[in-house]
Design a protein around this ligand. Structure first.
Ligand SMILES: Nc1nc2c(c(=O)[nH]1)N[C@H]1C(S)=C(S)[C@@H](COP(=O)(O)OP(=O)(O)OC[C@H]3O[C@@H](n4cnc5c(N)ncnc54)[C@H](O)[C@@H]3O)O[C@H]1N2
Ligand code: MOO
Length: 409
């Protein structure tokens, strides 16, 4: 009798990713770094900013000269020139003096604060009255206040967001070392699967998994490489798997991963050169018939053919492998969850971790998670859902209003 022979917990499968190398590194222009993973630590070689700057338009002063100033008793200061933007002031500000400065201008020697122009009155070209005192450092950015010279600004292994692109440019980094995006080969199997441009004859269906998995791969930071549909013939599957393995950093084969008479995926994967099957069966629902092998040093997956099972397995189990191959550090891997309350009693599959698709709605300041129930071979449960709720293996189910964490889809 055929059976699953290496059933494992989700956590144990996830831990296997440490045994695979990253997809390598490359250097790219800073404009192309969005969502890429840093392959170098960024250490500031300057104080940022490297001079004292005004954060308001007004007058650079010694704060002490304004102490006690108010509407009724203004401080009277002598104007000592105008600071030109982008230039080093050629003069110092002494006690009782002020110089005109614009936002972003460099403070002259002697000045330690800026009085906003609205808090002053110009008496003539050389005299102003100040109606409000300023504290030392007020309306000023100090040298090194953003980042100090020698400070680690960004760690290796973090994902670059627009703000990181900004700080890289502030440091003058035109190019940056990042991890290569892993190429993920996608193979669909099944005699009943037809390309999407065809009208399926009776008994056949269009290929869904190629496209949904390609979307998930892209979202996880990989580059999908499509190998199309392979019929249920072991030689055909073997040839495509060999090619995909040679050309990709990771491979996803969907369908044929269970234990039926036409499920050849496990034998095919096992017969690939330098192949070792690590997992056949995971304690997850949906998605138990999941295969993981190491083929030529790369992760090679057999995912369940059922469309929702394939996607649930991807988000829970495969995605962390793409993160790992992409160099994403565990510290940067957090996927935010949304706290919610479940809207109904929900039984759960015992002995497996259950992933329930839920729809979110807002009710009196709280998120409510409504289960979208349906078989794992139907796609509507994913299409109508906003997220997944995990129900642990030994939990019998959830009671209405139980607190849950929703992982967005
Ligand atoms: N006797 C048993 N039968 C099944 C078991 C089991 O434990 N014992 N597990 C069931 C579960 S759970 C799942 S999930 C599926 C997984 O099956 P396979 O990975 O072998 O996939 P297939 O049999 O090839 O296909 C399942 C289902 O999905 C459709 N499919 C496949 N590929 C695509 C695609 N690219 N696009 C759209 N739909 C696809 C396929 O037509 C089947 O309907 O096995 C259960 N059986
Ligand atoms: O594990 Mo299957 O994926 O329950 O449908």
């Amino acid at each position: 009798m055929k059976d699953f022979f290496k059933v494992m917990d989700i956590e144990a499968v996830t831990a296997l990713r440490a045994g695979f190398p990253t997809a390598g590194e490359e250097t790219v222009p800073v404009l192309e770094t969005l969502d890429r993973i840093l392959a170098e630590a960024i250490v500031s070689d300057i104080d940022l900013p490297d001079f004292r700057r005004a954060t308001m338009d007004g007058y650079a002063v010694r704060a002490g000269a304004t102490f006690g100033a108010s509407d009724g008793a203004p401080a009277c200061l002598t104007v000592r020139g105008t600071i030109r933007m982008g230039e080093v002031p050629g003069f110092a500000v002494g006690p009782g003096e002020a110089s005109r400065i614009s936002t972003g201008g460099m403070l002259p020697e002697g000045a330690d604060a800026v009085v906003m122009i609205e808090r002053t009155e110009s008496l003539d070209d050389t005299l102003i009255e100040v109606y409000k005192s300023v504290a030392p450092g007020e309306n000023v950015v100090e040298a090194g206040e953003d980042f100090r010279i020698g400070e680690t600004v960004l760690d290796r292994g973090r994902r670059i967001r627009p703000q990181e692109m900004g700080v890289l440019s502030a440091l003058g980094r035109e190019t940056v070392r990042v991890f290569r995006r892993p190429v993920v080969g996608i193979v669909s199997t099944g005699d009943e699967i037809v390309p999407i441009h065809q009208v399926p004859s009776q008994g056949r269906i269009r290929d869904i998994n190629t496209y949904s998995l390609a979307g998930w791969v892209r979202r996880a930071g990989g580059i999908p490489k499509i190998y199309g549909i392979v019929p249920d013939r072991p030689e055909a599957l073997l040839a495509t798997c060999r090619q995909a393995s040679a050309e990709s950093d990771m491979v996803l084969v969907s369908g044929g991963s269970s234990v039926g008479t036409r499920d050849f995926t496990i034998e095919t994967i096992a017969s690939l050169p330098r192949s070792e099957v690590l997992v056949h069966g995971v304690s997850i629902s949906p998605g138990k018939p999941t295969i993981l092998a190491r083929v030529d040093g790369k992760p090679f997956w057999g995912l369940p053919g059922h469309v929702t099972s394939a996607m649930v397995v991807f988000t829970v189990i495969v995605r962390p492998f793409i993160h790992h191959l992409s160099g994403l550090s565990e510290a940067s891997e957090t996927i935010w969850t949304i706290p919610a309350r479940i809207t109904r009693n929900l039984p759960s599959a015992q002995g497996r971790v259950d992933y329930v698709r839920v729809r979110l709605s807002r009710d009196q300041g709280e998120w409510r998670a409504s289960p979208v129930l349906g078989k794992s071979g139907l796609i509507h449960t994913m299409v109508k859902a906003d997220g997944l709720v995990r129900i642990d293996r030994d939990v019998e189910g959830l009671e209405k209003d139980a607190p849950v964490e929703v992982t967005p889809l």
